[in-house]
Design a protein around this ligand. Structure first.
Ligand code: FMN
Length: 475
């Protein structure tokens, strides 16, 4: 369903907010709607006569301005904002909130990290530091759909700065932001390198060390996901780090493996404090498009962004079930508070984000914090830690699911616009259980309750009936 707020360009200048003479902040409230929050708008927006915001809207240069006043009319003005504190302790380290930048370009120099921390991020996992020379390619990114990073491919390796430069940056960051959590991501090529990098991390005052066992496109052998699929190396390198530092250790897993719990267990046996997952998924995009290619060539490289979230959640679920009580830092496709809540409900005490920041900027932290806090309140939680892992028991094996009952779709004629999409999908991709004559009508005898019609409806006109016992088919 295309929603009006999805037409917003999220422009850097926030022209609509600047044009407002009444102190409203339309850019912020539209973003809030986009990221699924209960909205936070200035009441004046609802009755505004001049609508200067719409005249300034950059979207007007493409087709027509975002209907900001209409959006405001349908939004709630919230004055009392119940809050649940997002303070938490992860791997024994106190965190102002559970939202960290994940190790990547978004956390790769002093100014960027400092700006993000000032804007409210609880911590940063700095771009992975190694000891070899790194040369990156250009261009290094690809995408599934134009204008969107929901399916995003990157060929970027670890930090291309000398390790000493990165460690100096981190020392300054920890000194200037003592209350924030600084995680150093490292990658060595042998035990001595891992130990050296761990010692340096401790020396500069880091709070946690993350072991990058998972970059899928390193140009050197025995690095990245090459290591993450080799259980002996995972254990040995984790043990080398453990022997070199007293800091908590997070081992970052690759999803490019059938059973992620095996390297996760190996890392815990080697002395890790917790597990981080997932790194990017090996992929190919854009190889028929000249601008994405490097001199007519490209290479399998890491996929991230919203589209990988279901896969990431599955890996998190596997880890949480196999290693109960282990601290888990989850990532892979988190964009809004609901995504984050899903990772947490499966057992992540901390979450990390890269691609959504690359798409929308550090400013998404406002919506993540507000949304999660209000969501926890709406569920009756008083703190974050009680929520962590609360849904794990609901994820069961397919053979344990009830197969004797059915939930039928219910068509709402008032909402239905008569497009017939449900009919086409059910006819050609379902069970041909819908008769369509300007509006859909269900043939109960043929419907198997698969809910394809509900998923495909562009206007949300299909709801669910109560769960009932299946009728025995008449032969
Ligand atoms: C451009 C880019 C660079 C990355 N660099 C690193 C890195 O240096 N070290 C690392 O552990 N992960 C790296 N990652 C992986 C991310 O930290 C994260 O695990 C992954 O992107 C999934 O999260 P997301 O969907 O929020 O981006 C990188 C990801 C991207 C997109």
């Amino acid at each position: 369903m295309i929603k009006e707020y999805e037409r917003c360009l999220f422009c850097a200048g926030e022209n609509c907010s600047k044009a407002c003479k009444k102190g409203g902040a339309p850019a912020k409230f539209i973003r809030s709607l986009y990221f699924g929050n209960i909205t936070d708008i200035n009441a004046d927006c609802q009755s505004c006569e001049t609508v200067d915001c719409e005249s300034a809207c950059l979207r007007g240069k493409i087709d027509y301005p975002v209907h900001i006043k209409k959006l405001a009319k349908y939004s709630a003005v919230l004055k009392i904002r119940p809050k649940v504190s997002l303070e938490t302790t992860f791997c024994g380290v106190k965190c102002e909130n559970p939202f960290f930048l994940s190790s990547s370009v978004v956390a790769s120099d002093y100014e960027m990290c400092a700006r993000a921390l000032k804007m409210g991020w609880g911590g940063i996992v700095y771009k992975t530091i190694g000891l070899g020379e790194i040369k990156d390619v250009s261009p290094r990114f690809g995408q599934l759909s134009a204008g969107s990073l929901k399916g995003f491919r990157n060929l970027e390796q670890i930090s291309d700065k000398p390790a000493d430069v990165d460690f100096d940056i981190l020392r300054r960051l920890k000194k200037d932001f003592p209350e924030k959590v600084v995680v150093v991501s490292i990658m060595g090529q042998n035990e001595a390198e891992w130990a050296y990098l761990a010692k340096k991390s401790e020396e500069i005052g880091a709070d946690i060390i993350e072991l990058n066992f998972s970059c899928p496109h390193m140009s050197a052998e025995k690095m990245g996901s090459d290591v993450g699929t080799d259980l002996e190396l995972v254990k040995a390198f984790t043990a080398a780090v453990k022997a070199a530092t007293s800091l908590p250790i997070l081992a970052k897993m690759t999803p490019n493996i059938t059973d992620i719990t095996e390297p996760a267990k190996a890392a815990m046996e080697g002395g890790a404090t917790g597990i981080a997952a997932i790194n990017t998924i090996k992929s190919l995009t854009g190889f028929l498009s000249a601008p994405d290619m490097i001199d007519h060539k490209t290479a399998v490289s890491g996929y991230s962004g919203r589209n990988v979230k279901p896969l990431a959640l599955r890996f998190i679920c596997d880890i949480a079930k196999a290693l109960p009580g282990t601290p888990i830092s989850g990532m892979g496709g988190i964009e809004n508070y609901k995504d984050a809540a899903e990772f947490m409900a499966l057992g992540c005490g901390n979450v990390q984000i890269t691609t959504a920041v690359m798409e929308y900027g550090y400013r998404i932290i406002d919506d993540l914090k507000l949304g999660l806090s209000e969501y926890l309140f709406s569920l009756g939680y008083e703190n974050l830690s009680d929520f962590v892992g609360s849904s794990l028991q609901n994820i069961t094996s397919a053979d344990e699911l009830d197969r004797e009952t059915i939930v039928y779709p219910l068509f709402d004629e008032e909402k239905c616009v008569g497009c017939g999409r449900c009919y086409i999908s059910c006819r050609d991709g379902g069970h041909d259980a819908i008769i369509f004559n300007e509006v859909p009508k269900l043939l109960g005898s043929k419907c198997v309750g698969c809910h394809l019609c509900r998923l495909i409806c562009p206007v949300g006109a299909v709801a669910s009936s109560k769960r009932v016992t299946k009728k025995v088919p008449l032969n």
